[in-house]
Write a protein that binds this ligand. Structure first.
Ligand code: PAF
Length: 285
């Protein structure tokens, strides 16, 4: 496995591989890798000749500086996991390599898909994600890029950015990997205390409740959301950042419980913010 830290080393290896006729798959990550990330690598390995993974905690996408400083880091552990998963190249840039000019920058916005969900409650977040991902796309020049569907809004925004800006690559969304009790795998889960981890189970249980309500024929959208909110709030130290029902295509609020619905939540359990989502196609039989 090759590990590079500079743009020059990265670009020279990629151009060598391209000259040899290899296709390149790219898995961008912020590290503290778990099985969910590894499933992106496995998908890339199935579909491409060479897999590149980036490890970079991107400062520009954190709207809360404390969240950035507390983001878990374990580079040695991550490199070990990458080696075991047969990643071909790890790009491990410093902040200075990614953002050498602090006095001058550029802001990217996607006007439609950013208005709700995390775009509304984490101002500036997707601007930072689009900036860093587009920089990575220019540097890695992948044929395919793999993103987890847990961050569904991120996936849709990147998909749209690639289409609007004509990046010559295909964005692939990969299903969320879950713990045995249904909690979505996330690098943030490690921050939960034992008690908070118990409380976090309310999120997958809320999705089971949502499915039951829809199967039982619930038609009233505000009732539906209120029941789910009340259910989450039975947990100790739970604060709901948002619980929304949106169209999975344009991420705009649904006005009725019909057709395809993305039920998306962001919940603070103690100080840890967890997100999850699921698409329901109505009616459910
Ligand atoms: O999903 C993430 O981990 C990050 O938002 C990404 C795509 C690696 C950009 O920093």
């Amino acid at each position: 496995m090759i590990v590079v830290r500079t743009v020059e080393e990265l670009k020279s290896q990629i151009s060598l591989w391209k000259k040899e006729g290899n296709s390149v798959g790219f898995v961008p990550t912020m590290g503290y890798l778990h099985e969910g990330h590894i499933s992106l690598v496995e998908r890339s390995k199935k579909q491409t000749d060479k897999t590149v993974l980036s490890l970079f905690v991107n400062p520009t996408q954190f709207n809360d500086p404390e969240d950035y400083l507390k983001y878990p880091v374990n580079i040695d552990g991550d490199l070990e996991k990458c080696k075991t998963a047969s990643v071909d190249l790890v790009f491990l840039p410093s902040k200075e390599v990614m953002y050498p000019k602090t006095e001058s920058t550029i802001t990217m916005t996607q006007s439609l898909l950013q208005t709700n969900l995390c775009g509304r409650t984490r101002p500036g977040h997707f601007e930072g994600v689009m900036l860093v991902v587009s920089k990575f796309f220019h540097l890695v020049e992948p044929n395919f890029a793999f993103f987890g569907l847990k961050d569904y809004q991120q996936f849709r925004i990147i998909e749209e950015m690639v289409s609007l800006l004509n990046f010559p690559l295909q964005v692939i969304g990969v299903e969320t990997l879950r713990e045995p009790d249904g909690l979505a795998m996330s690098s943030r889960n490690v921050r939960l205390s034992e008690k908070e981890r118990e409380t976090a189970k309310l999120i997958p249980r809320m999705y089971s409740l949502a499915e039951k309500l829809l199967k039982d024929g619930e038609k009233n959208l505000s009732n539906f959301k209120e029941i789910l909110r009340d259910f989450l709030l039975t947990g100790q130290d739970v604060k709901i950042d948002y619980l929304e029902t949106v169209d999975p295509g344009n991420l705009q609020e649904k006005l009725a419980l019909e057709g395809k619905i993305l039920l998306a939540v962001a919940v603070f359990v103690g100080k840890t913010r967890l997100i999850d989502n699921r698409i329901f196609t109505l009616p459910i039989s």
